[in-house]
Design a protein around this ligand. Sequence first.
Ligand code: VNL
Length: 393
Amino acid sequence: MKTKSGFSRRALIAIGGAAMLVGPALAQAQTVKVGLILPMTGPFASTGRQIEAAAKLYIAQNGATVAGKTIELVIKDDTGTPDVTRRIAQELLVNDKVSFLAGFGLTPLAFAAAPLATQSKTPLIVMAAATSSITEQSPFVVRSSFTLPQITIGIADWASKNGIKKAMTLVSDYGPGIDAEKAFKERLTAAGGEVVGDVRVPLRNPDFSPFLQRVSDAKPDALFVFVPSGAGSQFMKQFVERGLDKSGIKLIATGDVTDDDIVDSMGDVALGTITTHHYSAAHPSPENKAFVEAFRKAANTRPNFMAVGGWDGMHLIYEALKKTNGATDGTALVEAMKGMSWVSPRGPVSIDPKTRDIVQNVYVRKVEKVNGELYNVEFSTFEAVPDPVKAAK
Ligand code: VNL
């Protein structure tokens, strides 16, 4: 029996059935999932909040569709615990079938997930963690944050050019701190300076005061500090409690210490602190002004360097998908990211095709008051700096 359309009823039922089978499969293929694993609770929750807000803002501003695919963020809280990161990454790969793993607030978390990226051939975008060796843990790791050696050599250069002969170092006792300590020491020593004392403090709940007493007694020209994003407030409080702000010992640091998220709440004791870093909310470019304004509207706070890592990580994902015409083969996506360059809110950046690390400007900054708020005001630039550890290999 023929229907009005000329097809037999049976044929129509067959076509309908096929459409029902193909329909959901097609709809699913149109969605590309990004598994965003972040510390949303615990001591590093500010990192998670900043990256989440930036990734959502990127999608809001650029649209959820790229190369015919709909981007869907699947956000998971790893609480900053490596075992949790690994389990979540596994679930995202197996159950959610994500095409990208992204986030990674701290070095041990990136290390925990990297083997899974290799096994599953999934791009893993490191938006925060900054130990040099992370990109060597898997050929599928691409980094949109920075490395500690990359930003530390600049402050060592600034120190030796500004009359600092004897310095002490204070770092968190894990990957990025050890990277920072080594880079600072090597660079200052090569320029004829000397590190006369070094200390490593625990990552969690550090008590800086016993060490700060030693610094006060030794009276070096400068104290160089690295602590991760968020921990700078506690450091600055104890620095003042020990009277070190009035000791004549110059405080120099990586920009992690005077993080935009907390610098204003540190108060005037932070004024004059010299740091080097790849991002300041006060970076004077039109791209950054637009970014800061939109971020403030969306998240009701100032973006910090974690936010910019999240923003540029999403940019990498979008641009790689454009290059593959929406194909989600992991190897092709990583290849597409290699050598990519763009203008970030932080300034011009590119992905080193050999190391998959980000090449970027490193700025020397001073904490100053701008319109009544404390900011890291940039006053000189080292251009297009690669990760120096891998550049030397
Ligand atoms: C790391 C490096 C984490 C720098 C940070 O903040 C940071 C890391 C949470 O690699 O663990 O500012």
